[in-house]
Design a protein. Structure first.
Length: 379
């Protein structure tokens, strides 16, 4: 079982959390991958994550290997099975590399578990305590859409690098960081007709609120469409847009994801930075590929968005999009899928006051995604 102390504190939120289930932030995100050793080098080289902790044969773990990486308040755990007779291997065979766990940092893991079970959650991990010379951690978990799960992590009595059972991972290779700060949001893709079901789950089971709803009039092109509800914890530290496909002339990005992931799952992880120009410049130099934004998109940005601090020509050269809401503006860009299956990708976002999700960019974004789908023959 895998967890961490990469705490997400979204500075755009001023709302206090008075919900029944206090959540302090994102503790970690765990990906099941085919080769964790190689994936760790990818996320270090291309994304600037730093080595933190390791568990595997050398630490007495016989069924898996896990590498823990961190940048800012974001912690990634990359886990691979050591044999084929392993549920992790089954997960990878079906889904490819993908997000298995989105963990929450809480003050009381057992209370969080019991409170959500009483409200209808299905158990994934009964409350338990693990310890080593650095102290103890309490863990518990529940299931959510598809095979994705949430783990509650109580670590106030622990001082180790990650979790009991992990050792510090000292590596001579630690490339420069990219300026990542925290997890802004994680997007889940679910089947047609299931968006409201899972929005209700987050509202009733975890005490989240629906802060924004997009329908097929907001997110559509001539060919495809989707619908989305953004669910947020009371303090705004955790935000989960839940997407489902809408009817269109051709196969949408959500349908493509569901086909290749073979079910619902986490579509993308949005990472916050306070200098997106420096971040994307460095990521591009390191080989990260991003969706292409047509140059004509920038012809209307100044009129639509108004004055911004950044040089629009520089944003255009990097493919960074801009949008504005009542509280400010944001800059965002999306990677291409980070594996051969067209499933998981990352968003890099800089908020300059804005709390929205780039509605003004949806048209250009969808057209870019459709162009990639057409190249893959899946549109």
């Amino acid at each position: 079982m895998l967890i961490t102390s990469g705490i997400n504190q979204d500075k755009t939120s001023t709302q206090s959390n008075e919900e029944f289930l206090p959540i302090n932030g994102t503790d970690y995100i765990e990906l099941y991958v085919g080769n964790a050793k190689q994936a760790a080098v990818y996320y270090k080289t291309c994304f600037g994550f730093q080595s933190v902790a390791y568990a595997g044969l050398e630490t007495g773990v016989r069924d898996r290997t896990s590498y823990v990486l961190r940048q800012g308040k974001i912690t990634l755990v990359l886990t691979t099975p050591l044999t084929s007779n392993n549920p992790i291997a089954d997960h990878i065979k079906k889904h490819g590399d993908g997000v298995k766990v989105i963990a929450f940092w809480v003050d009381d893991a057992e209370y969080s578990y019991q409170a959500t079970i009483e409200r209808g959650a299905e158990s994934y991990l009964a409350p338990n305590e693990i310890s080593d010379g650095h102290g103890s951690v309490k863990l518990a978990g529940i299931k959510t859409y598809g095979e994705t799960v949430h783990i509650f992590v109580e670590r106030k009595n622990y001082s180790g690098p990650f979790l009991p059972g992990f050792v510090e991972w000292n590596s001579e290779y630690n490339p420069p960081e990219m300026g990542f700060q925290y997890v802004d949001h994680c997007v889940g893709n679910v089947e047609l007709g299931k968006m409201n079901t899972w929005a209700k789950f987050y509202e009733e089971v975890l005490g989240f609120k629906n802060i924004i709803t997009f329908d097929d009039k907001d997110i559509s092109t001539e060919y495809t469409a989707l619908m989305s509800k953004v669910m947020s914890s009371g303090n705004g530290y955790i935000k989960f847009p839940i997407n489902e496909p809408a009817h269109g002339k051709k196969k949408s990005q959500i349908e493509e994801y569901l086909d290749f992931y073979e079910g619902p799952g986490c579509q993308h992880i949005a990472i916050a930075t306070d200098d997106i120009i420096d971040t994307i410049t460095a990521m591009r130099k390191n080989g990260v590929e991003f969706l292409y934004v047509p140059g004509t998109y920038y012809d209307t940005v100044a009129n639509r968005v108004g004055e911004i601090h950044e040089d629009l020509n520089v944003l255009k050269s990097l493919g960074i999009m801009v949008d504005r809401d009542e509280e400010g503006y944001l800059l965002q860009i999306f990677t291409k899928p980070v594996e051969d299956r067209p499933t998981l990708f990352f968003e890099i976002i800089q908020r300059v006051g804005a709390r929205s999700f780039g509605k003004g960019n949806f048209q250009a974004l969808f057209e870019s995604i459709e162009a990639e789908q057409a190249r893959r023959g899946t549109l």
